[in-house]
Design a protein around this ligand. Structure first.
Ligand SMILES: [Zn+2]
Ligand SMILES: [Zn+2]
Ligand SMILES: [Zn+2]
Length: 236
């Protein structure tokens, strides 16, 4: 069996449901690859990338402002609550801020956020002629969100995908962000919202969808519904 369609550039595979295989219980063929539906990416990779680019500025804003190398003037950095060993966290923060680029931590699975995203912004500028409004993570991600469909068609989208997903993960770890509660079931003009939503901030009783076009609020029974649905879908 071979695919007669363009497959996800990341080599994602899907479950085989061919009668023949299910009957014998054996798959005597190459793994089936997922169809590329958004540029060169499959639907799942597209969703994960969209999510990462959405989440990064939110998480970045929660980064403790201990080391602000790499922050442009005006970058909003609030002093987030950090859990865990302070020295380890600080090291993580430093590396995420790019203080040790070219230093001993590179390639250690920790992402220097600033230079990595900045590098992609530069590639976009060179290849697609785009210009960010300012050199802040928020503006950069705003540009990346707008360029998403075009980016998904570029031959380097797999590397970009890996960087953005790794940055989101590293930021989540460093900010001690709790796992998501569920996916927003608000509706935008032509599609369901679907943003991942996180527990209410300390002292808050409701969750507000951070999508600027959605902004759906969850409290009381709605919040419970979100939680149940989130558990069912295994979003965390
Ligand atoms: Zn099979
Ligand atoms: Zn994929
Ligand atoms: Zn929403």
């Amino acid at each position: 069996m071979t695919e007669d369609y363009a497959t996800c550039v990341r080599g994602c595979t899907r479950r085989c449901t061919a009668d023949q295989c299910l009957t014998t219980g054996e798959h005597d063929h190459e793994p089936l690859r997922r169809r590329a539906t958004v540029g060169l990416l499959c639907k799942r990779c597209d969703e994960q990338l969209t999510e990462a680019v959405h989440d990064i500025p939110d998480l970045w804003a929660q980064m403790p402002g201990l080391y602000d190398t790499g922050h442009a003037e005006g970058e909003k950095v609030s002093h987030g609550k950090v859990t865990g060993s302070p020295s380890l966290i600080r090291l993580d923060v430093m590396v995420l801020n790019g203080s040790s680029v070219g230093g001993q931590y590179e390639g250690d699975g920790v992402m220097p956020v600033w230079p990595t995203i900045g590098g992609w912004i530069q590639i976009l500028a060179e290849e697609l002629g785009t210009v960010a409004k300012s050199d802040t993570i928020a503006q950069w991600c705003d540009l990346l969100r707008r360029m998403h469909p075009t980016i998904c068609r570029q031959p380097w989208v797999d590397e970009y995908w890996a960087d953005m997903v790794a940055i989101r993960q590293a930021l989540r770890r460093t900010t001690g962000a709790p796992p998501p509660v569920g996916r927003c079931f608000g509706h935008l003009a032509n599609r369901p919202c679907g943003r991942l939503l996180y527990p209410p901030a300390p002292g808050e009783t409701e969750i507000v969808c951070p999508d600027e076009k959605c902004g759906r609020r969850y409290s009381g029974a709605e919040l419970l519904k979100l939680q149940i649905q989130g558990e069912r879908e295994g979003v965390a």
